[in-house]
Ligand binder design. Structure first.
Ligand code: SF4
Length: 413
């Protein structure tokens, strides 16, 4: 079982468990897909690291040297191996965009010796509190500002500016803060900043102790889920925009059939149906039945709602038709919030359950905690009080169809 994680590996598991398996569990060696935008990020980071490390010693690298260094980084790579993913941008466009970013950053931040540099491209690792798991990461720049705030700075070269409440921001930067706090507990005020070089915008925030606790719980949840996936061999492929950058497309079961179809050169008029075409026909048959069943389900749901509404309005709870009866049961239940309903609230509930010593019960499942302890009032007053905010009332309903038994000609005798 993996015990050491990083923001990348945890994010990978959340995005696509199958990619996580290929990369971190099976450790399949594949040539990396390098795109011009990812390589632009690499070049910029290398030049900035040099500028800030020299700046910390009051040495200013001349602007022309910095630009030359930037171009040298591009020259290290055979540019024809880059996988261009845009119809409109060429590799030269990316090089030009990067140079513009670099020059603007240089002019604005020279001589790169502001505050006190505490580390550039800094490797840190820490143990997740109350767990045997380690998380590690690289921090682009850690420095103490003149107002005595320690800033964790991360450079981005993409176009889209994040928001502090975005999960990606909170997770990546929060992990860095946990690492810094574990390494240097004496740093009191820490600010998180992502510097978006392309639009030249800085997004920053401070996380409260509660937000850090919540993040710790969320991290722990994902790690436990990855262990469960490993135990059960359960790593579903989850496609998304990120597939374009995935190094494992040739291994991916979600991409296999498309590949088979693309490679299938059989003439459509040929008698023998190839495997790829057989699968295509199976998919078409499934989609057709799926459409029909969806239409039937929508009609069934609408009928159920009509029946429930009759009961809510005080009407009969059993309707008798010519071929059978329909029974409607309506009630109210108390439930704990669930992960799918409110992921953040669920992580908070998980933390409270742990603090109350109900961890085992809760992890078994929230329903067991509700049914066996909460509803049977087998909790202490303190436990009840702390768990109450996570309980909500819901309607519970059941609509049952009871067709009449078919009577044969002999049954009436
Ligand atoms: S190609 Fe997409 S779905 Fe397949 S493993 Fe990679 S990220 Fe996951």
């Amino acid at each position: 079982m993996l015990t050491t994680f990083s923001y990348s590996s945890l994010n990978c598991f959340r995005q696509c468990p199958r990619q996580f398996k290929f990369r971190y569990v099976d450790k399949i060696k594949v040539p990396r897909v390098v795109t011009p935008d990812t390589y632009l990020g690499t070049t910029m980071h290398r030049v900035l690291r040099k500028l800030y490390r020299l700046g910390a010693d009051d040495i200013l690298m001349p602007e022309d040297d910095a630009v030359a260094e930037y171009h040298r980084e591009w020259e290290k790579l055979d540019l024809t191996t880059l996988q261009v993913t845009s119809d409109y941008y060429t590799v030269d466009d990316y090089i030009r965009i990067g140079e513009k970013m670099l020059v603007r950053h240089y002019d604005k931040h020279r001589p790169f010796n502001q505050g006190t540099m505490l580390g550039a491209e800094l490797y840190l690792s820490f143990e997740l509190p109350n767990s045997p798991f380690k998380i590690r990461g690289y921090i682009d720049k850690l420095w103490r500002r003149d107002d005595d705030v320690v800033e964790i700075c991360d450079y981005k070269t993409g176009m889209t500016v994040a928001r502090p409440q975005d999960d990606a921001f909170r997770w990546q930067m929060g992990i860095y803060e946990l690492a810094v706090r574990a390494t240097w507990p004496q740093y009191e005020t820490i600010e998180l900043a992502q510097h978006f070089l392309r639009p030249d915008e800085i997004v920053s925030c401070r996380l409260s102790p509660d937000q850090l606790d919540l993040l710790t719980e969320e991290l722990r949840d994902v790690i436990v889920a990855s262990h469960q996936a490993e135990r059960l061999g359960n790593f579903p492929a989850q496609e998304g925009g990120y597939c374009r950058f995935c190094d494992y497309q040739d291994y991916c079961p979600a991409k296999r059939h498309e590949k088979m179809l693309a490679e299938d050169t059989t003439d459509e008029t040929e008698d023998d149906v190839t495997e790829s075409v057989r699968l295509e026909q199976l998919a078409d048959r499934y989609l057709s039945v799926y459409d029909q069943s969806n239409a039937a389900k929508a009609e069934l749901d609408a009928l159920k709602e009509e029946l429930r509404q009759i009961v809510r309005n005080g009407g009969p709870s059993k309707l008798v038709g010519s071929t059978g009866a329909v029974i409607v049961k309506l009630g109210r239940v108390e439930k704990f919030i669930t992960r799918t309903r409110d992921a953040v609230g669920f992580a908070e509930l998980s933390a409270v359950a742990r603090k109350l010593g109900l961890e085992e019960f809760f992890e078994l499942n929230g329903r067991a905690l509700m049914k066996s302890l909460y509803q049977k009032e087998r909790l202490t007053a303190e436990q009840l009080e702390k768990l109450k905010p996570f309980v909500h009332e819901d309607e519970e309903s059941r609509v049952t169809a009871k067709p009449f038994k078919k009577t044969g000609p002999d049954d009436n005798k």
